[in-house]
Each structure stands twice: as structure tokens, then as C-alpha cells.
Design a protein around this ligand. Structure first.
Ligand code: ATP
Ligand code: MG
Length: 253
């Protein structure tokens, strides 16, 4: 499988008679930001849903670091290191920014009754989690807002916290569905700059779905383009922008 972080082979997903994803194959190299674009309804979210265990693909195969994960449940895929965000962000609105990060900490003890007698261990873990969550808030420059109620912060902060949650959950591959939708241009560049830092400093891999091409294309290492359930182009930003089918879909020319 050439050591790719993720290999998707010939995935198909229909809703009744509608072929939402019609035989799509993509490959995500490690430590790269891959962009998935296409007009509304072209099947981008359905593809992501089908490879992250949110939906069951009708056919095809998905390999994470050469291990087949097709039809695995979402929580197991997440534990394996592939974490995704949703098109409509789902923060824990009533919690603080720090609280939103804490819920994702890999070693969070939760409410396990079995762990109650091990209070000393539990306390240490909780302290470590807070430390870890604070460090993440710092890396994302969210520290000034650490105790703000999540739902009262900006869309950009909510999107950043979502990425932070994925990282704290131990992600090595992060899939983001429209991470800068509704985010102001300055903050949108900050979100992508954060991804660039994570790619360069930690070798993380990203698959990003985005409509705001003016911003997203500046940061992409490789681009896939979907239309009507199929891939119509792939390559560098320049290659894709010069592709006649892409021009037709986006510009009608
Ligand atoms: N649960 C579902 N049931 C029926 N049809 C669906 C379902 N989910 C998606 N579709 C349809 O599948 C097609 C692909 O939708 P999808 O949401 O994957 O597109 P998308 O590329 O993510 O679009 P957008 O850019 O608007 O988010 C669309 O025609 C959509 O209406
Ligand atoms: Mg979508």
C-alpha cells in the first residue's frame, strides 16, 4: 500500500437510487495536507462518512497505515488514530474552552466505577489532562479564552477547539469537513497556519474538505476534486486549477 497514511479503494455509497459516492479511490501520504473539493452535493461528506465509520460503504476498501479498517465502527477507527470533525461543528456549548479540550484527553478517566478506589491515580491523571489541555490551548493561542463558555466564543475558536480535541484524542490523521466555514478571513488563515505547523512539527496528516478555495488552496499539498459522486481530477493546486473538467464544473467554461 506504499506506506500511505490512508488508502481508499473504489468506495461506493448510494442512498436509494442516488449514487452519492460512485467508486472513489484516494491516497493520503503521511505528513501532508490533502484537500478535497467539489460543488455542493458532489459526495465529499458522504465519502468521509463512509471511510470514518459514520456510514457503512456499499463496497470498497479502506486501509489506515496498511491495516484494513473497512466497516470498523467509528470509535474503533478513532482509537486507531483517524479522527474527524463534522460539517456542522458540535462543541460542548455549555462547557468552557478548556472543558471542551479536556473531554478529548486520551487518558481521561471518565466515570468508571472501577477506578474510584484508585483515587490517587485518578487525581494524577486529571492533573496531567489539565496540563495537556492547557498546552494545547496555548499552542492554538486560545489561552486568553480558556474559561470562556464555548458557545459564546467565535466560530473560529470553535473550529480550533475541534482540531485541538482531535489532537488530544491521539489523532495522527485528522479529517476536517469545512474547518473555516463561517470563519472570518484572518482567523481562517490562522486555522490553516495551525494545520501547517502541526504538519511540519509533528508530521500529522490532514484531509480537508473546503469550499473557500481562495484560502484553502494556499495551504494544500495535493488536491482531489469530486463531482456527482466521482473523482474528476487530482494533482497539485496548479494542475487541478488548469484541468478543463474542473474549470467547467466551477466556472461553467
Ligand atoms: N443521508 C442521506 N440520505 C439521502 N441522501 C443523502 C444523504 N446524505 C447525502 N445525501 C445526498 O448525497 C449527495 C452527496 O451529498 P454530500 O453531503 O456527500 O455532498 P457534499 O459534497 O458534502 O456537499 P456540500 O458541499 O454541500 O457539503 C447529495 O445529493 C445529497 O443530497
Ligand atoms: Mg458536505
Amino acid at each position: 500500500m506504499h506506506g500511505a497514511m490512508l488508502e481508499v479503494r473504489d468506495v461506493k455509497k448510494s442512498f436509494g437510487g442516488l449514487k452519492a459516492v460512485d467508486g472513489v479511490s484516494i491516497s493520503l501520504p503521511r505528513g501532508r495536507i490533502t484537500l478535497l473539493i467539489g460543488p455542493n452535493g458532489s459526495g465529499k461528506t458522504t465519502l468521509v462518512n463512509s471511510i470514518t465509520g459514520f456510514l457503512r460503504p456499499d463496497s470498497g476498501h479502506v486501509y489506515l497505515e496498511d491495516k484494513e479498517i473497512t466497516h470498523w465502527p467509528m470509535h474503533r477507527i478513532c482509537k486507531e488514530g483517524m479522527v474527524r470533525s463534522f460539517q456542522l461543528p458540535a462543541p460542548f456549548g455549555g462547557l468552557s474552552v478548556l472543558g471542551n479540550l479536556l473531554v478529548a484527553c486520551e487518558s481521561a478517566c471518565g466515570e468508571s466505577l472501577l477506578k474510584c478506589p484508585l483515587k490517587a491515580l485518578w487525581k494524577t491523571t486529571e492533573k496531567d489532562n489539565v496540563r495537556e489541555a492547557f498546552a494545547m490551548a496555548e499552542a492554538m493561542e486560545l489561552t486568553p479564552y480558556w474559561d470562556a463558555v464555548m458557545s459564546e466564543t467565535s466560530t473560529g475558536h470553535i473550529k480550533l477547539a475541534e482540531i485541538g480535541r482531535a489532537l488530544l484524542a491521539g489523532a495522527k490523521l485528522v479529517i476536517l469537513d469545512e474547518p473555516i466555514c463561517g470563519v472570518d478571513p484572518v482567523m481562517a488563515d490562522e486555522v490553516f497556519s495551525f494545520l501547517i505547523r502541526l504538519r511540519d512539527e509533528q508530521g500529522l496528516t490532514f484531509l480537508v474538505i473546503e469550499h473557500r478555495l481562495d484560502i484553502a488552496l494556499k495551504y494544500a499539498d495535493y488536491v482531489y476534486v469530486m463531482n456527482q459522486g466521482k473523482l474528476i481530477a487530482q494533482g497539485s493546486v496548479e494542475e487541478v486549477l488548469n484541468d478543463s473538467q474542473v474549470k467547467e464544473v466551477y466556472l461553467g467554461s
